[in-house]
Write a protein that binds this ligand. Structure first.
Ligand code: SF4
Ligand code: SF4
Length: 329
């Protein structure tokens, strides 16, 4: 939610946007017009990366206002086939793969099968997996310029997950963690389980292993846009990397200034999506990375070819942890 009372019209949010070239005066003017109920250029040019919510040090959540205007005006002109795909997702087939009592319950949202084999092997032995449309968190709607489906779908997806009776649910998709650990606080929906991020699960597994192998790898981390809602996880990731001997290269497009993977732009502007991918991968190479390290499977799909073409290996965080634990599945 945008907090108008916290905004002093400093312009930092738009000035820092990695996809715009406004000077401070122009940034302030864009935001002033936005607050006045107009639809300035920023609304249609916005890539929906959510970064400006973090750029605003006053906690006003400027992206939430941009998103509100995108939804009101439909200015992103998302093709109907893309919105239809999202409308259908909650009804997509799914399943509950029952594991053993006492083992983790893991929600894979609608993205569990995008990287085959990721959840096989000792790291996930005995876990229960929740897959498919019933567990789709709707947060991806943000990239189509809509907030209301996230808010309106939240109660249902909480109920579906709560049916398991689990006191803790591990969330593979960063979007799901963003919803249950942060966004939902505005919706007045209670979450009767503790949302556990997959990084917490991996960190725990490495600590309990009593000695993971040091991988000696320099990686460029690809932070998902949804991580903007839950930035406290970055400490857990740094600890995880340190325990498995992975160096997170200090690059321009990481942490607060992380760059989106480009996939949100594909339905709107393929050229722009390619340009974003190139900027991202060039930055990784320039800063000495040997590999890309991913959290979101959609980032993997978006960047892996461009990364490989630039000589970088591609690893999901789960794959890195499996390698460090000597799990060859
Ligand atoms: S939303 Fe935040 S960063 Fe943007 S103009 Fe207002 S106070 Fe400044
Ligand atoms: S969400 Fe991202 S692209 Fe949109 S204005 Fe904010 S920083 Fe720029």
């Amino acid at each position: 939610m945008f907090h108008e009372d916290l905004c002093d019209l400093c312009g930092d949010c738009i000035l820092n946007c990695p996809f715009m070239d406004y000077d401070r005066e122009q940034s302030i003017e864009q935001f002033r017009r936005l607050m006045a109920g107009e639809t300035p250029e920023i609304v249609s040019r916005c890539v929906t990366c959510v970064a400006c919510n973090q750029f605003c040090e006053k906690g006003a959540n400027p992206f939430d206002l941009i998103l509100e205007r995108q939804e009101e005006t439909g200015v992103l002109n998302i093709p109907e086939e893309n919105t239809q795909l999202f409308r259908n997702l909650p009804n997509a087939p799914g399943e509950v793969v029952e594991g053993e009592p006492g083992k983790a319950v893991i929600s894979l949202c609608s993205v569990g099968d995008l990287i085959p084999g990721l959840f096989e092997g000792p790291l996930f032995a005995g876990c229960t997996f929740l897959k498919g449309g019933r567990y789709f968190c709707n947060v991806g709607w943000v990239h189509l310029g809509y907030h209301s489906p996230v808010r309106e779908g939240a109660r249902k997806v909480v109920e579906n997950l709560a049916e398991t009776g689990a006191r803790e649910i591990v969330l593979y998709h960063d979007d799901c963690y963003a919803l249950f650990a942060s966004m939902i606080k505005e919706y007045g929906v209670e979450v009767p389980f503790r949302p556990v991020h997959i990084i917490e699960y991996l960190l725990q597994a490495v600590k309990e292993s009593g000695g993971a192998k040091s991988l000696g790898l320099k990686v460029a981390y690809q932070q998902p846009c949804a991580s903007r809602y839950t930035p406290w996880k970055d400490e857990w990731l740094d600890e995880l990397f340190s325990l498995i001997g992975v160096e997170r290269v200090e690059r321009k497009y990481d942490r607060k200034f992380a760059m989106c993977c480009g996939s949100p732009m594909v339905p709107r502007d393929r050229e722009k999506a390619l340009e974003i991918r190139k900027r991202n991968i060039d930055d990784a190479v320039e800063h000495g990375a040997q590999a890309m390290a991913y959290l979101c499977p959609l980032c993997v799909l978006s960047l892996r070819k461009a990364a490989a073409a630039a000589g970088l290996e591609n690893y999901h965080l789960i794959e890195l942890v499996k390698m460090a634990l000597g799990d060859t599945t």
